[in-house]
Design a protein around this ligand. Sequence first.
Ligand code: ASP
Length: 325
Amino acid sequence: MACHNIVILGTGGTIAGRAATASDNIGYTAAQVGVEQLLAAIPGIAGGGLVLTEQLTQIDSKDMSFAVWVQLAARVNHFLAQPDVQGIVITHGTDTLEESAYFLQAVCEPAKPVVLTCAMRPATSLAPDGPQNLLDAIAVARHPGAKGVVAVCAGTIHGALDVQKVHAYQLDAFSSGDAGPIGYVEEGAVRLLRNWPVAIEGRLPLAIKNIANLASVADWPRVEIVMNYAGADGAVVEALQARGVHGLVVAGTGNGTLHYALEAALLKAQAAGVRVVRATRCLNGRVLPKPGDTLSDSEGLSPVKARVDLILRLLIYGTAVPHAV
Ligand code: ASP
């Protein structure tokens, strides 16, 4: 049997969105068009192997949930285990794409390509970006040697660890920050600039690979994100602690700096057993640790990815195990 089949898993998003008029790129409803129909908009796509589709869910990714993530990871693992499947493409909303990318890389650590793609304009747009993004994503999934979770948008390939949505409207909405993109897709050809994403093993030594375990998780750890800003204090941290929060990611200013009142509340929470991780609210750069730090840093992860990471750590180790400082 041919070993270059591609599976496309549809999850919704703007790429599957519908608006009342072709000129409306913002007043649409996401997640309306089926993945089969998205594929049908690209003639001749199947050349070189079968393209199979599965409508996994149909949601606006702002509403992403743990339940969908578990379902997604299970299907990804299911298809990747089939020798005749070369890679997977996932159509996804742009809003939480980076979180899903990090989650899938962490729990699946795929040795084959898993390519998330999306659109900033609905399928009904006068000039939709979805068909080209989908075409490019399939080209990446078919590229010999491609592996790991990546995102493809506007002709650019981003790695799961680095990808971030950085624009609320423009078609080229994603960036890989300081790391730079993995490569580009140009007229169906992949131009690589650096290596495919490496396993997150270094970060999560005991990554949850057994999806059955994830599926049986009844109560996901509650990890919230708080931010440092002018006038910040400890009130939000105290309120979350009172609600039994398990972990907190703080999006600090600059190099993870914190208002003294917020820092005091976080240290108090940490002493009481809440896991606290310090990231930066800056788009580029990372928190550089220094001697004497009392709160661990996110090791370069953005606040939203640090949150996913902390949730996984809490699932793997339980609440008692401290974050590696
Ligand atoms: N709200 C949409 C979503 O994330 C935005 C998009 O896909 O561009 O599903």
